[in-house]
Design a protein around this ligand. Structure first.
Ligand code: AHR
Length: 323
């Protein structure tokens, strides 16, 4: 277990002082703080809400935001980070598309004395002084919540429960952890069998395409779909309906995020449950950047508090949903 995010999650919130020598405390009070943010792309409803949250919060906080969309490519994120370093921004933040391969560019940021904040997803680096803090969800726990819901739902049944899984982007923290957390729970009972598992890249189109292939291969054998995000589940619902089956009835559907699209699907009786993963990280990110400017110490890990929404509560909860 050498991934730094794992360690920080397990040790909960360990106070970490700002890396020595970071110059933000010295930033003149009247100078506008400049934040460079590298976003993964626009692959899902979640991601769009995350981008909106960051842009709105920067505007509200009077922070100059340099926003860069990496279109799902790590190489574009690395280029963006290097460009932020060259522009001498005050703080860099990014949501890493995959976990590995960040050491070199993070060392460059550290050498330039620019603090880095990870939002939403973690990186796998040996030296955790390469970033100041990681704020976002506990993906492992999200996977566990999905697993626990299924265990409860199938309580008392003895036959096999055949599960197909739509994974998120290969190598990404949420895909790795949501798979792991779910497996951790269902492995306690051999009736649970994951009969197919493939990436749907967190998109509706790919979710539909892969579910079509699952249905072709396994047909009515499929009892449960576990999708690592709502978008893939919504794409898969279309595939299930086109195959003449009833989503949420013939196939139980579990997904993650809790976006409005998922609530609409639950209200329509087509999705059984969505585990919440909040994209509304903007205000927290701006606060952290300002705290850095003020020379304050940030916790090394800031975990987003989240819930789980089964279809039975969807109509009641929908009016208060913000994304
Ligand atoms: O990293 C968060 C995940 O990325 C969300 O679950 C998914 O919808 C997004 O694309």
């Amino acid at each position: 277990m050498n991934r730094m995010n794992r360690r920080t999650v397990l040790t909960a919130i360990g106070a970490a002082s700002l890396s020595a020598g970071l110059p933000l405390g010295a930033l003149a009070a009247d100078k506008k703080l400049v934040l460079g943010f590298s976003q993964i792309g626009a692959e899902s409803e979640w991601r769009t809400a995350n981008t909106e949250s960051i842009k709105a919060a920067a505007a509200a906080a009077g922070i100059e935001l340099k926003f860069s969309d990496a279109q799902q490519k790590q190489e574009n994120q690395i280029k963006a980070l290097r460009s932020f370093i060259a522009q001498k921004v005050d703080v860099i933040a990014f949501s890493p598309v995959v976990e590995s391969g960040w050491e070199t560019v993070l060392r460059e940021a550290k050498a330039a004395k620019i603090p880095v904040i990870l939002t939403d997803r973690a990186v796998n680096v040996k030296d955790d002084s390469l970033y100041v803090t990681f704020m976002g969800s506990d993906f492992l726990e999200e996977g566990r919540k999905a697993g626990r819901w299924l265990v409860e739902k199938t309580k008392g049944s003895t036959g096999d429960v055949n599960i197909v899984e739509l994974q998120g982007t290969v190598g990404s923290a949420p895909a790795i952890d949501r798979k792991k957390g779910f497996e951790e729970i269902i492995k306690a009972d051999p009736k649970f069998k994951v009969i197919r598992s493939q990436t749907g890249d967190f998109t509706r189109a790919k979710g539909k395409e892969v579910m079509e292939a699952f249905l072709k291969a396994e047909g009515k054998k499929i009892n449960v779909l576990y999708a690592h995000n709502d978008d893939m589940a919504i794409g898969a619902i279309q595939a299930i309906e086109e195959a003449g089956l009833k989503p949420a009835k013939d196939i139980t559907i579990i997904s993650i995020d809790g976006v409005k699209g998922a609530f609409e699907a639950m209200i329509a009786g087509k999705l059984n449950v969505s585990v919440e993963c909040s994209p509304l990280l903007g205000p927290q990110l701006m606060q952290a950047a300002q705290d850095l400017k003020a020379g304050k110490t940030l916790p090394k890990r800031i975990v987003t508090q989240e819930s789980i929404f089964p279809m039975e509560v969807a109509a009641k909860e929908f009016p208060s949903r913000k994304y």
